[in-house]
Ligand binder design. Structure first.
Ligand code: ASP
Length: 329
């Protein structure tokens, strides 16, 4: 019998779906055993332990559930008999759960998050090939100390860098800034590069009331007022270009900051970090002077996870700033 033992935590998503003939649309339907049964020769590679967390589409996964999944992964990966852990997940919010796991779990063992773009009723279901690539990664000593990995379409990406880039393509998970860490080829994982630093946040708490705003020309402060009045504890803004905002948003920004609500800014551009390059009203320099925190090159939905975790640790703005700006400024 093979010595490896991999725990697969099932949470749902298209990898667990089939088309319901009554409504002609995909819904959760496949069991964990059925999914594993489609991965040919799996028993030659590893013993498998199935852990059923849920069978839900990923738009139903909320931050409380993300934290529950993280606690389950943390407990499972710490077991001596476990070589690595795989989490199956819907692809819509996969990057958020994967990033949360990456930020709060400290282990040298591989943790791999995987999903599928085609459900079990479609021609060319990619769940089994993605799961087999995830398994090859989870059992590989080369995948140790790499942080949480996202494996889809035979590509290995870092959870800290990856994002879903296409609504349909099997090749949807990309690290647009730096490219993949490696590939899975011939049942083996091959790494081409490493990530230089790995941020660890020691928390089991998450603040749920964190909003996300995408800025547009002419945007005013009313949206900021909404979040402030609704007692949101933090706000992420996807700003324009290098990190600039319409001046009409400044009253709202000032009001939030005066109430100690951290404002974290990233760019609505798909790549590149924000910086205090511009000195005009609403420019990055002006925003920085007002106390806006710079979130580097992360997409808004990922820096929101970081801010939610930071707010789970502290309400102190300077400490939150240090956490968010770690390695980006
Ligand atoms: N809507 C699905 C989900 O995120 C998409 C997928 O899994 O690919 O659950």
């Amino acid at each position: 019998m093979v010595k490896n033992k991999v725990a697969i935590i099932f949470t749902g998503g298209t990898i667990s779906m089939k088309v319901d003939p009554r409504i002609h649309a995909a819904i959760p339907a496949l069991t964990s055993e059925e999914i594993i049964g489609m991965v040919t020769n799996i028993e030659k590679f590893s013993q498998i332990e199935i852990i059923n967390y849920a069978n839900v589409p990923s738009p139903h996964i909320n931050p409380t559930m993300m934290m529950e999944i993280a606690m389950l992964v943390k407990k499972t990966v710490a077991r001596e008999d476990i070589t690595g852990v795989i989490v199956t997940h819907g692809t819509d919010t996969l990057e958020e759960t994967a990033f949360l796991l990456d930020l709060i779990i400290r282990t040298e063992k591989p943790i791999v998050v995987v999903g599928a773009m085609r459900n079990g009723s479609e021609l060319g279901y990619d769940g089994s090939s993605n799961l087999s690539a995830a398994l090859c990664t989870a059992i590989s000593p080369k995948a140790k100390n790499k942080g949480v990995l996202v494996v889809m379409n035979n590509e290995v990406n870092a959870a800290s860098e990856v994002t879903k880039t296409n609504t349909l393509s099997l090749d949807t998970f990309k690290s647009p800034e730096f490219g993949p860490l490696g590939i899975v080829d011939n049942d083996e994982v091959i790494f081409y590069r490493d990530i230089i630093s790995h941020q660890f946040l020691d928390t089991e708490n998450i603040e749920k009331k964190v909003g996300l705003i995408k800025s547009v020309p002419g945007m005013e402060s009313d949206i900021m007022d909404f979040y402030i009045d609704a007692e949101y504890k933090g706000i992420v803004i996807e700003a324009l270009g290098r990190g600039n905002l319409p001046p009409e948003m400044l009253p709202g920004i000032k009001k939030a900051i005066s109430k100690d609500i951290p404002i974290v800014m990233v760019s609505r551009c798909p790549t590149g970090r924000v910086l205090d390059t511009y000195g005009y009203e609403g420019g990055g320099k002006n925003l920085r002077e007002l106390g806006v925190i710079f979130g580097g090159n992360l997409p808004g939905q990922k820096v929101r996870i970081k801010l939610m975790l930071a707010l789970g640790i502290t309400k102190d703005i300077d400490t939150i700033k240090e956490i968010i700006e770690y390695n980006v400024l």
